[in-house]
Write a protein that binds this ligand. Structure first.
Ligand SMILES: N[C@@H](CCC[C@H](N)C(=O)O)C(=O)O
Length: 290
């Protein structure tokens, strides 16, 4: 019998990015990659990211979170999932501010003006080639050498790269359908330049304050929204002079506000979290027959 049997879960979403929150507080149970893949295959627990919520490791924090993609890989950041967990724990305890911990550090979360709205301090971005990480040295990561399509007339090229807790490549385009991300995404995600793979975005800057974004997520595929991709696109746009530091990033699932604060270099992401249903995990959810 799986150790996850009878654990409570909440099916949520952040702008349509499907999030499964599994509450493991008070137990020593851990979600394996295989568990995650099994849950993701089921309709009622289907997810892009699974947020496993554990008892806090650090005094003063509300919980420790492990994050797994639908393919079972473990990662250290998920913007939409963080808002979902924060909203759930804020509803549970009545607080309007709390800190969550991941393997990458602390994330301070604050309730917004509208119900379900949360602002997360995502910390400072990293731009060094080894921090992304890239497989080879690039002095300037605002535009690296990578292209798709014919050598003399590439369809997309020279992405900006950033690490906002996870690796992102942002291709600047005038037309978001210039390439089919369903086909191009898997190739670029696993390109030899990205030793830990990467999240791949097409970004269209529509004004100094607005970006439209489509994302192919590492380990999950095309999603309706990706919080960290919105952060990576916003800081990369500001860094390359395309926008200011306070932008609305519109994804297929809707908009996120991203502010890259000058005083401490931190990124603030604001957007909604929505609860769809709650349930309890059962042993049969992990069996092949399910
Ligand atoms: N949907 C997420 C990002 C989740 C992790 C990503 N797929 C990765 O592998 O780095 C978000 O909202 O940030």
């Amino acid at each position: 019998m799986t150790v996850l049997n009878d654990r409570p879960y909440a099916k949520m979403n952040g702008l349509g990015n499907e999030i499964l929150v599994v509450d493991l507080r008070g137990s020593v149970a851990r979600v394996t990659g295989e568990d995650a893949r099994a849950l993701s295959r089921r309709r009622e627990t289907h997810f892009d990211q699974l947020m496993a919520v554990h008892d806090p490791h650090t005094p003063g924090t509300a919980a420790f979170m492990r994050i797994l993609n639908a393919d079972g890989s473990e990662v250290s950041a998920c913007g939409n999932g963080t808002r979902c967990v924060a909203d759930l724990l804020m509803q549970e305890t009545g607080v309007r501010e709390l800190a969550l911990e991941t393997s990458a550090g602390l994330l301070v979360c604050e309730a917004g003006i509208r119900p379900g709205e949360v602002t997360v301090d995502m910390g400072a971005p990293k731009f060094g080639w080894a921090d992304i990480p890239l497989a080879e040295a690039f002095a300037d990561t605002r535009a690296i050498e990578l292209q798709l399509g014919p050598i003399e007339a590439p369809l997309i090229h020279s992405p900006s790269v950033a690490n906002v807790g996870n690796p992102h490549a942002i291709f600047w385009v005038n037309d978001l359908s210039v390439v089919d991300l369903r086909r191009a995404g898997p190739m670029l995600e696993s390109h030899p330049l990205f030793p830990e793979r990467a999240n791949i975005s097409l970004a269209k800057v529509t004004s100094r304050e607005a970006i439209t974004l489509k994302v192919w997520e590492r380990g999950a595929g095309l999603t309706l929204a990706c919080g960290t991709a919105a952060c990576a696109a916003a800081v990369s746009a500001a860094r390359t002079g395309r926008t200011g530091r306070d932008v609305i990033v519109t994804l297929p699932g809707g908009p996120l506000r991203i502010v890259w604060r000058e005083s401490d270099d931190h990124i603030l992401m604001t957007g909604p979290a929505e609860l769809e249903h709650r349930g309890r995990l059962t042993a049969e959810m992990f069996s092949d027959a399910a």
